[in-house]
Design a protein around this ligand. Structure first.
Ligand code: ATP
Ligand code: MG
Length: 576
């Protein structure tokens, strides 16, 4: 491609609404343009990178034995009613009616459609396993679209679905996809980690998210440097050394302390001159099964997803508003405690470690000290209820956990018979009996993967593409474009590169060298080759990698072959 013909509208300034660097750079380098909130067009340069991600995905999915299909974006409401998600999916599902008043939606995902295909076609266990995937636009009416294409409302996704006759088969399919995902994200040049994720009501470790590590990530993950364990904060189990409740039986009887206005853990512990972890917080939660009190050490936070698993119900448990707290306990927020509290009391297992605590006094403006769990109040049940924190013990090796932030680029999930049962997708097993098909689903956000790569690979001048995702691999810059000799040499090198299958961009514009360098840096092309009077006089060209500041001279006659070799090395490295 020649720069003079390229449609790449660049901007000098960051767009006002962009919060993260990938969004800023994608707009500034002319990769994307916004049409409406969360809805973007991909311009030529951006699309080249997007297609590269798609092609890597295709390659690895095909290698893993999956077959590509293409399902419609428009889906009838009927199949969503069959699966029960027409109501369960909520407002993220964009619904509409056709002229006959029939209900439809724009697919946010395709479990229903693919299950409908398979229930009509699969007869016997001999027809299984099958794995089908597609690369297609999804629509989700996200409550807060942001970060450009990272959380869009319309976005490209690779979604795959596996169909097996039994659990061991489904496990094999899951592992194959897990490995394919590792290959895909490695080939994209990303630094990532698969983490155990919460799998909602299904339970067990049936789900992994693939997280690209980046400060701007929306997800918090814990990581163990010693053994490599990684999990979502709501998934990582808390490791408490105490197996039973410690009780400090030397403690004197508990006593009231007047603590006027000390309604936060921070204020009260300062006032009482104790550590936050020596204070027991009593939090009142609103759940589908009524209000519950959750007891937790003052330095930890309740995780709503862990709590939901214990209390059950459809909606996420929520902290009760002050009015409700007052109504249920008779005490204002900030002074509730377990002593004399008459309601179900769930304690985080971390509470077991402390034999003596301070708590709210169950009376306005009072706390009580020297409270001994088990002696002065009874816990209804102990559960793992707190989110993991840096410094916690690793559940796998007892090492120390650290917190990192991540961008979820992929998700692998065992579905079991959830959809096949609801929609009647069965097959005849070897004994001639009907069984539901066992399913798995596997998603990758294509645009989000491109953006995540930029989050990890950039500097103050622009994008630094890893070779496998680069829109162009080499840019050739004739520095004095009016000089026919220089132009001719640059043009020849450009043609030679194209002939060798190297994706080259010739900056044939009549612009100053500084402007050419600036644009090459902004767009982030991995290899830059400059042809100048000086270099030409020596029969050389100047080579620089976007990633480094080092400049090297290479002989012009061998330049195309040399660049081909280096390009191939980088592609091979990503694959290894
Ligand atoms: P998130 O928690 O970020 O909303 P999700 O769990 O809803 O993601 P999945 O349903 O597992 O996502 O979708 C598969 C993949 O699609 C995700 O791993 C992500 O890469 C991508 N994805 C999901 N929502 C969006 C979005 N709004 N914009 C761009 N990509 C998305
Ligand atoms: Mg989502």
């Amino acid at each position: 491609m020649k720069f003079s013909q390229l449609f790449m509208p660049t901007l000098r300034e960051d767009p006002a609404e962009a919060e993260v660097v990938s969004h800023k750079l994608m707009v500034r380098a002319g990769l994307i343009r916004k049409l409406a909130s969360g809805i973007y067009s991909w311009l030529p340069v951006g699309l080249r990178s997007l297609r590269k991600v798609e092609n890597i995905i295709r390659d690895e999915m095909n290698r893993a034995g999956a077959q590509e299909i293409l399902m419609p974006a428009v889906q009838p409401g009927d199949i969503w009613k069959e699966s029960g998600r027409w109501t369960a999916y909520g407002k993220e599902l964009l619904r509409f009616k056709d002229r006959h008043d029939h209900e439809y939606c724009l697919g946010p995902t395709h479990e229903e459609v693919v299950t409908d295909i398979m229930r009509r076609e699969i007869r016997s266990y001999r027809d299984l396993p099958v794995n089908l995937y597609q690369i297609q636009q999804k629509f989700r009416d996200e409550i807060r679209p942001r970060f450009g294409v990272m959380r869009g409302r319309e976005f490209g996704m690779k979604d795959a679905y596996s169909f097996d006759k039994d659990d061991p088969g489904a496990e094999t399919s899951y592992r194959a996809m897990f490995q394919a995902y590792i290959n895909i994200f490695k080939r994209c040049g990303l630094r990532f980690t698969p983490v155990e994720a919460d799998s909602g009501s299904i339970g067990g470790s049936f789900s992994h998210e693939f997280m690209v590590l980046a400060e701007t990530g929306e997800d918090a993950i814990v990581h163990c440097a010693s053994c490599g364990y990684a999990a979502n904060t709501e998934k990582a189990p808390f490791v408490c050394s105490a197996q039973t409740q410690a009780q400090d039986l030397d403690a004197p009887p508990y006593s009231k302390v007047l603590t006027p206005g000390m309604h936060t853990v921070e204020k009260a512990t300062k006032f009482l001159n104790i550590e936050a972890r020596e204070m027991l917080k009593t939090m009142i939660y609103k759940t589908d099964n009524g209000p519950v009190a959750v007891l937790i050490l003052g330095d930890r936070e309740v995780n709503a997803i862990k709590l939901k698993k214990v209390v059950g119900g459809e909606s996420d448990p929520e902290l009760a508003p002050p009015s409700m707290v007052q109504e249920v306990t008779g005490v204002p927020l900030g002074f509730i405690g377990p002593v004399g509290l008459n309601m179900p009391m769930l304690a985080d297992i971390g509470v077991r470690a402390l034999g003596r605590v301070a708590t709210g006094g169950n009376e306005p403006e009072y706390h009580i000290i020297n409270v001994v769990p088990g002696r002065d109040f009874s816990v209804t049940e102990y559960h793992d209820l707190s989110a993991a924190r840096p410094g916690d013990l690793c559940p796998q090796c007892q090492g120390t956990l650290t917190i990192a932030r991540g961008i979820e680029v992929g998700h692998v999930f065992k579905l079991g018979d959830k959809y096949s049962k609801a929609m009647g997708a069965t097959f005849l097993n070897a004994e001639g009996k009907k069984d539901p098909i066992i399913m798995g689903c596997y998603g990758i956000g294509i645009g989000r993967t491109v953006a995540a790569s930029i989050e990890q690979n950039h500097d103050e001048s622009g994008i630094i593409w890893p070779m496998p995702l680069a829109p162009f691999e080499v840019t050739v810059l004739p520095l004095q474009a009016q000089d026919p000799e220089i132009m001719a040499a640059a043009e020849k090198l450009y043609q030679d590169l194209l002939g060798l299958g190297v994706e080259a961009l010739l900056d044939d514009r009549d612009e100053r060298a500084g402007i050419k360098f600036k644009d090459a840096d902004l767009v982030g092309i991995p290899f830059r080759v400059s042809v100048s009077r000086k270099s030409l006089a020596a029969g050389q060209v100047e080579f620089k990698e976007r990633r480094s500041s080092e400049v090297r001279m290479i002989p012009l006659a061998e330049a195309a072959q040399t660049l081909l070799g280096w390009r191939n090395d980088q592609l091979a490295q990503a694959k290894a």
